[in-house]
Each structure stands twice: as C-alpha cells, then as structure tokens.
Design a protein around this ligand. Structure first.
Ligand SMILES: *Cc1c(COP(=O)(O)O)cnc(C)c1O
Length: 367
C-alpha cells in the first residue's frame, strides 16, 4: 500500500507516532550474494530438520495440541548446555521479542535507559514503543565503549557485545564493573554474536559467566546467527531467577505460546549437535580472517571483528557508492546512513565462494 493511501483515522496515537525498525532487505534474485543481514551461510544441523519432521508427523499430539507454554524441554537443554538452572533461562520468539519483553519488564521506569550511540538500531525503536527515555552515550573515537561514561543514574544499560555494527568486544571485567556500579539497574548484554568471539587464552567472553555473581546482569542470545536458524525465530535470556520470572510474567501477559512446537523441537535438536555447531563457528571465524585480510589488502580500514560480519571503511570513504555498485552485481552489503558510520560498510561473512566474489568485485571497482 502506498504511503498516501493509508488512512490513519482509526489508529491509536501510539500507532500513528511509531517509527518501526527497518530490517535489512531480503530481496529475491537468482545468484544473489546476500551479505547484509548477518545470516549464517551454512545450513543448520541436520538434526534440526529431523526433529521438526518428527514433530510434524507425530499423529498423537503433533500440531493438534498447544505447545509447552514455558518451552520446558528447550529451557532444560539450554540450562544443561550453559551449566545453569532452568529457572535462569527464558526463551522467546527470536531475541528481538525477548528484548521487547526486557524493555517492558525492566526499563519502563522513571530513570532513563543508557545505550551506546552506535549499536543495534532496534533499541531506540523499543524505547519509543515502550515510552522509555533513552540516553545514548557516545562510543570513543575508535568505537570502543568506556564503562566510566555510564556512571549516571539510570534504570538500566543495554549493550550489544560484540557490538553491532562494529564487531568490537567489551571484556567481562568492564561489564562486571558496570553491574557493580549500578546495583539497582538491569545491565542487559545482547550477545547475538558471542559465539563468534574469540577468547584470549584462559579468559571467558560471555557474560553468562557473570550471572551467578551479579543478580542484575541479563544476557540475551539467539539461534539466528551462530546456529543458522534465523527463520525459526528462537532467542533466549539468561539471568538471575527473579529477572527470568519478571520476563515470564510479562510474556504471559502478552502471549503464552510465543514458541511453536516446531521451533521448540528444532532449537532443542540444534543444541544436541555441539560438534556441528563448533565446526560452523570455527569455519566462519576462519573466513572472517580471510575476508578481513583481503579487505585490508584493498586498502580498507578493517575493525578487528568478533562477530560474523566485518565493519570496514573503504580507502576513499565512499561506502554508499560502493554499496550501490555491488548491488548492481547482485552483492548486497549493509550501509548505514548515520552520523559517524556513514563511511563504513558492514559485510556479513559468507562462504569462501561468496567471499571471493565480493573481493573480486571490490578490486574491479577500485582498479
Ligand atoms: C540479529 C540480532 C538480534 C536479533 O536476533 P533474533 O533472535 O533473530 O531476533 C538481536 N540483537 C542483535 C545485536 C542482532 O544483531
């Protein structure tokens, strides 16, 4: 429907005033090299399809019955995978939905929410949707986070770690420090890309390792990126049982069955194939290094990435034109027309073939 024909007469003020999040596009062309939305180039574990098929063909229960409202089996599997109790685990229809419930449960308060100025662009959208005042804290010039900048009254802090679209990783001691300095605020660490982060020798990267010590840290993760299941819509949160209970109440005041039976079965099966999972993550990390090296050779300034994408500035800073030229050849990358980052491109790590095609196209453009 074109913009002019929309009749908003019957809409609520809320609906009229929303500015929805715009996801990276999903064009349908043949031979498209889609490096714009950080999907995994590899298929999910074959165990996922097997489990979904079993669920579908189960005549006795199958889709005839409602799913388990609290996704017990999936939550138990996640708890086992991460060494937690099921009461410390929450699941939702994608981590975007989990984040929506997080905003409603923890940030709809008098004090403002703090987030980096350059981060996941859904946070400002949710802030508006839930009437939460958001104060953005500028990243340093090198795009890193200075935890000391967050020393101010707030209802909570939300940080993507590794951050998107920069790919930079905030070390756990900095997160622990923020949590200690704000005992009455919820510190949400959005770990959508954490499985691609490389730990230094003897160190952990996931804030899951902090939740037993800090009752105000909530970690969100997703099956969309590292587990190749963006289409299944499964996300999760890990935290103190009281935080999880708030999310559960919020969910049950909105939708008791956010995860259908197929999603619960598929996600659970994915956790039961840890070898496949680590192989996929290792491959992507290797390909990320290949892509980073090749981009550097072409003169790009590449930020060392801990995610399944690379954030890089082309030598002439003409990111928008490059994105347009690549698109004409069926290669889609993400350009953000925003202050501070409009000379950068965010490029998802693809297969070796996709990487070669990208690098070839970029060298032809620069040559
Ligand atoms: C992709 C992404 C999400 C959303 O993941 P879904 O589980 O697919 O909803 C959340 N946060 C960040 C930073 C992401 O990049």
């Amino acid at each position: 429907m074109s913009e002019q024909k929309i009749d908003t007469r019957l809409w609520s003020t809320k609906a009229k005033n929303l500015t929805p999040y715009v996801p990276g596009e999903q064009p349908k062309h043949d031979n498209l090299c889609k490096l714009n939305t950080n999907e995994n180039p590899y298929p999910p574990s074959p165990k996922v399809a097997a489990a979904i098929t079993a669920e579908l063909t189960d005549q006795a229960s199958g889709l005839r019955l409602y799913p388990a409202p609290e996704s017990d089996e999936l939550r138990q599997s996640l708890a086992t995978t991460y060494g937690l109790a099921p009461e410390q685990v929450f699941v939702g229809n994608g981590s975007d939905e989990v984040l929506a419930l997080v905003f409603a449960a923890f940030f709809m308060k008098e004090r403002p929410l703090l987030a980096p100025d350059i981060s996941y662009s859904f946070y400002p959208v949710y802030a508006e949707t839930f009437g939460v005042e958001l104060i953005t804290i500028p990243l340093r010039d090198d795009f890193s986070i200075d935890p000391d900048d967050y020393r101010r009254p707030c209802s909570g802090i939300i940080v993507a770690n590794p951050n998107a679209p920069t790919g930079l990783l905030l070390p756990l001691p900095a997160i622990a420090k923020m949590a200690s300095e704000h005992p009455n605020a919820v510190i949400v660490i959005d770990e959508a890309y954490i499985d691609f982060a490389r730990a230094e020798e003897g160190k952990e990267v996931s804030a899951i390792h902090l939740i037993n010590e800090h009752d105000n840290i909530l970690v969100t993760q997703t099956f969309s990126k590292s587990r190749s299941l963006a289409g299944l819509r499964v996300g999760m949160a890990f935290g103190n049982a009281s935080l999880i209970e708030a999310l559960t109440r919020m969910k049950n005041s909105f939708n008791s069955f956010p995860l259908d039976k197929l999603a619960q079965a598929g996600a659970t099966a994915s956790l039961q194939d840890p070898d496949y999972f680590s192989q996929v993550c290792d491959n992507i990390i290797k390909l990320r290094d290949v892509m980073s090296r090749e981009l550097t050779k072409l003169g790009f300034e590449v930020i060392p990435s801990h995610a399944n994408f690379v954030f890089a500035r082309p030598p002439q800073g003409n990111a928008s034109e490059i994105a347009t030229s690549l698109r004409e050849q069926g290669i889609i990358v993400r350009h953000f027309n925003k202050p501070r980052i409009n000379e950068h491109l965010r490029i998802t790590v693809g297969t070796i073939e996709q990487t070669k095609r990208l690098i070839k196209a970029l060298s032809e453009l620069s040559g």
